[in-house]
Design a protein around this ligand. Structure first.
Ligand code: FAD
Ligand code: UDP
Length: 378
């Protein structure tokens, strides 16, 4: 019997929506379902006091892939937002990522040579300590950070923040987490090294609406609540939910870190003068404060909107019922994920894609790149 749809797409996040867009353009009939009450997955925004509030955490689009950048801009134009977070350590402010502004604020050095000399001095101390302890390479995040940038920056800008974010000591975390933070001998506060970055003009919902225009969608429906019926509707399934859940947790459950958001509407136009302020000391329980309007309002626009919305982010361990945000890439979880991936690889009618179904911490651009790369049968 001919099925109603070519593809049933489980999940309307960027993976599902991008795939649906392409499949529809290729003449395929698609149904996109989502268990949440709205489309868009984690990039979804909620309008509050005229401000797009990033409901599942601040999202900044960045990529060096021109094909991906052109693709998203063909759906909605992006603004010139450049992420330049500020760190607050015990009331003193420092620019991020680590650059000449940070080094001036930390040590009073004014030139790249002076900064370089200071960093080298601190690095040498860290390397000597590490070697005295019998290691030739950094064995964990703490050693990696000190060897990269020295003890002062580690103590003030890295240690507390990282321990809050991951709920583990820096000496128990893998070194790679910190390797991606840029260190620059230039007065350049741009957090990313990528060629392109920005926020969709009008917000992320415009991107999702553009991708899903003309495509059948249903929200408030969980694939697992009536799996057989959903499976009977389409020839193929694109699954972007949790990989372990698809296989009924038969090998055990994968773990995640999650974030709890405390949102406040404030009766002032400008609270912190920046979209992102990190609180890097251990004693303050939240990791950062997001002031959403600064993603899309610049200069006078900030003051034309009389209120502001802020979110304090509390990073916590995930338990059932919470949003699964960050995969935990330790040995146990990686091994478990591999077992599930082996099952997934043998499926002929199911495509697994995205953050949850691949159990991989993907940024938005690589998700889109991947969804654009999957071949759609003629
Ligand atoms: P999701 O957006 O999670 O979509 C999956 C969808 O599937 C959800 O809507 C879910 O409800 C639905 N679903 C799951 N199971 C079922 C089911 N059983 N039945 C029906 N529906 C189901 N990336 C960046 O590039 N820049 C950033 O600044 C950035 N910040 C981030 C901040 C946070 C806090 C988080 C968590 C992520 C951030 N990311 C960022 C990553 C970005 O969110 C992801 O790359 C992207 O949203 C993943 O898209 P996806 O489609 O794989 O997953
Ligand atoms: N980090 C830090 N201090 C900061 C910001 C980041 O120590 O003010 C560290 C922290 O360990 C974090 C890592 O750098 O996990 C990567 O930061 P990024 O902002 O890239 O992480 P994301 O929140 O995007 O996963």
């Amino acid at each position: 019997m001919e099925k109603m749809y070519d593809y049933l797409i489980v999940g309307s996040g960027l993976f599902g929506a991008t795939f649906a867009y392409r499949a529809a353009r290729a003449g395929k009939k698609c149904l996109v379902i989502d268990k949440r009450s709205h489309l868009g997955g984690n990039v979804y925004c909620e309008k509050t006091e005229g401000i797009n509030v990033h409901k599942y955490g601040a999202h900044i689009f960045h990529t060096s892939n021109k094909m991906v950048w052109d693709f998203v801009n063909s759906i909605v134009e992006f603004n010139r937002y450049t992420n330049s977070p500020v760190a607050n350590y015990q009331g003193k402010l420092y620019n991020l990522p680590f650059n000449m502004n940070t080094f001036y604020q930390m040590w009073g050095v004014r030139t790249p040579e002076e900064a370089q000399a200071k960093i080298e001095e601190q690095k040498a101390e860290a390397v000597a300590l590490m070697k005295a302890d019998g290691a030739s390479e950094p064995r964990n995040l703490e050693e990696q950070a000190k060897v990269l940038i020295g003890n002062d920056i580690f103590e003030k800008l890295i240690k507390g923040y990282t321990e809050k974010q991951w709920g583990r000591k820096c000496s128990d975390l893998p070194a790679f987490i910190i390797k991606r933070l840029p260190v620059r001998l230039a007065f350049d506060n741009n957090y990313f090294n990528d060629k392109y970055q920005g926020i969709p003009i009008g917000g992320y919902n415009k991107l999702i609406d553009g991708l899903l225009e003309g495509i059948d969608t249903q929200v408030n429906v969980d694939f697992f609540s009536d799996r057989e019926r959903w499976e009977s509707l389409a020839d193929k399934i694109v699954f972007t939910g949790k990989l372990d859940e698809f296989y009924d947790y038969r090998f055990g459950k994968l773990e995640y870190r999650t974030v709890r958001f405390e949102n406040e509407i404030l009766d002032k136009p400008n609270y912190q003068g920046n979209a992102v302020v990190n609180y890097t000391e251990r004693e303050i329980p939240y990791t950062r404060v997001i002031e959403h309007k600064h993603f899309e309002m610049f200069g006078q626009e900030v003051y034309n909107c009389p209120k502001t919305v802020i979110s304090k982010e509390f990073s916590t361990e995930w338990t059932e019922g919470m949003e699964p945000y960050y995969p935990v890439n330790d040995a146990r979880n990686n091994e478990l994920a591999e077992k599930y991936r082996a099952l997934a690889a043998s499926e002929t009618k199911v495509i697994f894609g995205g953050r949850l179904a691949e159990y991989k911490y993907y940024d938005m651009a690589p998700i889109i790149e991947r969804a654009l790369s999957i071949s759609i049968e003629k």
